[in-house]
Design a protein around this ligand. Structure first.
Ligand SMILES: [Zn+2]
Length: 398
C-alpha cells in the first residue's frame, strides 16, 4: 500500500493510504477553518502583553488535550511564549524531536477586527493575522491530532514552540528558540507559504535594522542663516550615500524607510534621523554592510553622525540540511500528485535563527494566501487539507 512505513509506531493500526489521508483532512476542513477563526478572533498585537497572553492561555489547553506538556516562558516586556512537548512513551526515546515553530503575535493593533472582520468570502478566509500566521498554528493542532489518530501515538517526539514577539524581532524568545533548535533533529516553520502556488521557503534573506542620527547646529533661518549647520541637509546627503549601498544583483538591499528631523521651517534643524532596513542574501555579507554603515563620515564637519543597530537575523541559506527537508516534503506532496515548489524570499523569520545555527530548517509550511500585514490579508480555504497532510507527513517522517 502506498502509505509510508512507521516501524516505530506503537500500535498496529492500519496505515491510511495517501488519498485517504487527504480525505481525512478534507472531511475536517470546516473544523480547521473554525480553529483558524477562533485564533484570528483573539487579537494579539506584539506590543500588547495582556492580549498576547490571552491567546497563549487559549492555546495551552488545546495542546494539552492532545497530550502535550505545556510550559509558558514568561516575559515582562512581551507576551509569554508557549512551549509544548509531545514525548513518546514507548520506543524512539533517544531520538531527537522535530521542532514546529511559529508565532501568535500579529502586526495589527487591538480593535482591527472591527474594520477587518474575520469572514469567509469566495473560498477565502479573511482577517488580521489569518495568513501570518494563525492558520499555521491551526495546522499544527490538526496535523498532530491526525497523526495520533492514524498511529495511536506520534511516531517520534515533537516540540512545538509558539513565540510572542516574532513581528518585533523576537527579542524575548530568540534564546529559547535557539536552545530548542539545538536539541532538535530539524525545524519546521509554519510561516505562510510563498505565493498562491504555495511554495515552501528554502532560503530567506537576512534582516538588519539601523538608525542614523545626525546632530547639527540650530540657528534662526532668517537672522543667522550662516551660523546653522543643518542636520536635515546632512541627513539628505547621507541618505544618497546609503542608497548607493544597494546591490540587488548580490542580494543586498538597503532602504532608508523612515526619516525625521527639524522643528519648524524657520529653524535650521539641529537633529534629523533615518531608520534603515537592510537585507542580505549571504551571512558573509553582514560584516561588510555593517562596516560601511558604521564608517559613514559627515560632509559638514560641524555635524555629528551616530549609527546604531545591527543585522538581527542572518540569512536562511539553502544548506544541504534545508535541501534534504525540502526533498522529503516534495516526496510527501508527490503522493497526492502535488508538485510542491520551493522559493527564496526577502522576508526574515525565526527560521533564520535556526538555519543560521546549521539546524535543517524548512519554512513556509503554513497557510496559502496573500496580504500578510495588509488590510486584504486572507488564506485560501481549499488549500488547508493538503497543507495539513504535508505537515502530518513531515512529522511522521522526522
Ligand atoms: Zn510571521
Amino acid at each position: 500500500m502506498p502509505g509510508k512505513k512507521t516501524s516505530n509506531s506503537a500500535t498496529n493500526a492500519p496505515q491510511p493510504a495517501w488519498p485517504d489521508r487527504l480525505r481525512y483532512f478534507s472531511e475536517r476542513q470546516g473544523e480547521i477553518v473554525n480553529t483558524v477563526r477562533q485564533l484570528v478572533e483573539i487579537e494579539s498585537p506584539s506590543d500588547n502583553k495582556p492580549a498576547v497572553d490571552r491567546i497563549a492561555a487559549f492555546l495551552a489547553p488545546k495542546f494539552e488535550a492532545l497530550g502535550g506538556r505545556t510550559r509558558l516562558h514568561r516575559s515582562s516586556n512581551f507576551g509569554d511564549s508557549l512551549q509544548i512537548n509531545f514525548e513518546v512513551p514507548s520506543g524512539s526515546a533517544s531520538s531527537k524531536p522535530v521542532l514546529l515553530l511559529g508565532h501568535y503575535d500579529t502586526v495589527y493593533p487591538l480593535g482591527t477586527l472591527a474594520n477587518m472582520p474575520c469572514k469567509i468570502a469566495d473560498g477565502r478566509l479573511h482577517g488580521p493575522g489569518v495568513l501570518d500566521m494563525k492558520s499555521g498554528i491551526a495546522l499544527i493542532l490538526h496535523a498532530i491530532e491526525a497523526v495520533q489518530a492514524w498511529h495511536g501515538e506520534l511516531p517520534g517526539p515533537v516540540t512545538v514552540f509558539l513565540v510572542s514577539d516574532e513581528e518585533v524581532g523576537s527579542h524575548s524568545s530568540r534564546r529559547i528558540t535557539e536552545a530548542l533548535a539545538k536539541e532538535s533533529a530539524g525545524v519546521l516553520v509554519l510561516e505562510p507559504a510563498a505565493g498562491l502556488r504555495g511554495a515552501v521557503k528554502t532560503a530567506r534573506k537576512g534582516v538588519g535594522e539601523y538608525t542614523l542620527r545626525v546632530k547639527g547646529i540650530a540657528a534662526h533661518a532668517g537672522l543667522d542663516p550662516g551660523k546653522g549647520h543643518s542636520a536635515i541637509l546632512e541627513l539628505a546627503r547621507q541618505v544618497a550615500i546609503i542608497a548607493k549601498l544597494n546591490n540587488l544583483r548580490q542580494g543586498v538591499s538597503v532602504n532608508p524607510g523612515v526619516i525625521q528631523g527639524g522643528t519648524r521651517t524657520n529653524v535650521i534643524a539641529a537633529e534629523a534621523s533615518a531608520g534603515i532596513d537592510v537585507r542580505i542574501k549571504r551571512a558573509q555579507q553582514a560584516s561588510g554592510i555593517d562596516r560601511k554603515l558604521r564608517s559613514l563620515k559627515p560632509f559638514d564637519k560641524h555635524c555629528k553622525l551616530e549609527i546604531t543597530g545591527n543585522i538581527n537575523r542572518l540569512p536562511m541559506e539553502r544548506t544541504a540540511g534545508v535541501a534534504s527537508l525540502y526533498k522529503k516534503a516534495r516526496e510527501i506532496a508527490g503522493h497526492i500528485k502535488w508538485k510542491l515548489e520551493e522559493a527564496a524570499v526577502g522576508g526574515g523569520s525565526d527560521g533564520n535563527f535556526t538555519a543560521g545555527m546549521g539546524i535543517p530548517t524548512l519554512d513556509g509550511l503554513g497557510g496559502v494566501g496573500e496580504g500578510a500585514h495588509a488590510v486584504h490579508e486572507y488564506i485560501v480555504i481549499s488549500e488547508l487539507p493538503r497543507r495539513a497532510l504535508l505537515l502530518a507527513g513531515m512529522i511522521e517522517s522526522a
